[in-house]
Design a protein around this ligand. Structure first.
Ligand code: COD
Ligand code: ATP
Length: 199
């Protein structure tokens, strides 16, 4: 039987960290953030629509989208964020489905989809089980501020644009608590994958 596992969590809780471990175990992880970058490259349909709606001001000199500028804009304005989502998300879903199918055609039996907005966008139908990568909100805030060099206010704007990590934890099929060391996270991951008979 083919299995699709969703990896989610909230911003900076450690999805990429866990995804990297899963890839090192030899599995395919299809990353929504990567897909969301590819589908807005110059020449793509979503790119044209973004320029149409947000104006040329959000472009860098080389014509690419200025992600910092667009991020600052949409995380301060819900209407603009939902508009951006409506442009980018259909293309992301299509791209992720294509990559998942490719992996199954290569003969893989399990594929992981790393989708930050899995619950917010009601995408649970795309997966058989959900793995939530959890840290408490103060840890999340600290890691996000450090990683992205954001002020507390900027980081909180990003955090509150998503469902709270506590709500996601409640809905998960399994939770990895990523507050400890990377080694402790890896141990939990291996245990979940064994429970689910993936390893
Ligand atoms: C706003 C943008 C330009 C900011 O780019 P930037 O390079 O700074 O961030 P990146 O794309 O790496 O995203 C980092 C994290 O931000 C969070 N995030 C991104 N977009 C959104 C959103 N629309 N709503 C809530 N959280 C979001 C996710 O947790 C994601 O993992 C970019 O995130 C974007 O185009 N977002 C819309 C598409 C989207 O929803 N992507 C998320 C997965 S589909
Ligand atoms: N167990 C840990 N201990 C200390 N730092 C960690 C741990 N796990 C992750 N980090 C750090 O926390 C930050 C966020 O982790 P990561 O990038 O994996 O989160 P993410 O959920 O993929 O974020 P995003 O939603 O933005 O894509 C990174 O700087 C990462 O190096």
């Amino acid at each position: 039987m083919l299995l699709v596992i969703g990896i989610t969590g909230s911003i900076a809780t450690g999805k990429s960290t866990v995804s990297k471990m899963i890839k090192e175990l030899g599995f395919t992880v299809v990353d929504a953030d990567v897909a969301a970058r590819v589908v807005v490259e110059p020449g793509e349909e979503a790119y044209q629509k973004i320029v149409e709606h947000f104006g040329k001001e959000i472009l860098l000199a080389n014509g690419e989208i200025d992600r910092k500028k667009l991020g600052d804009l949409v995380f301060q304005n819900e209407k603009k964020r939902l508009l951006l989502n409506s442009i980018v998300h259909p293309a992301v879903r299509k791209k992720m489905n294509e990559e998942k199918e490719l992996a199954f055609r290569r003969g893989e039996k399990v594929v992981f989809l790393d989708i930050p907005l899995l619950y917010e966008s009601n995408l649970t139908y795309m997966v058989d089980k959900v793995l939530v990568v959890y840290v408490d909100q103060p840890t999340q805030l600290e890691r996000l501020m450090n990683r992205n060099h954001l002020t507390k206010e900027e980081a909180l704007a990003r955090i509150t644009s998503q469902l709270s990590i506590e709500q996601k934890r409640e809905r998960a099929d399994a939770v990895i608590d990523n507050r400890g060391t990377i080694e402790q996270t890896k141990t939990q991951l291996l245990s979940v994958l064994k429970d689910w008979k993936i390893l």
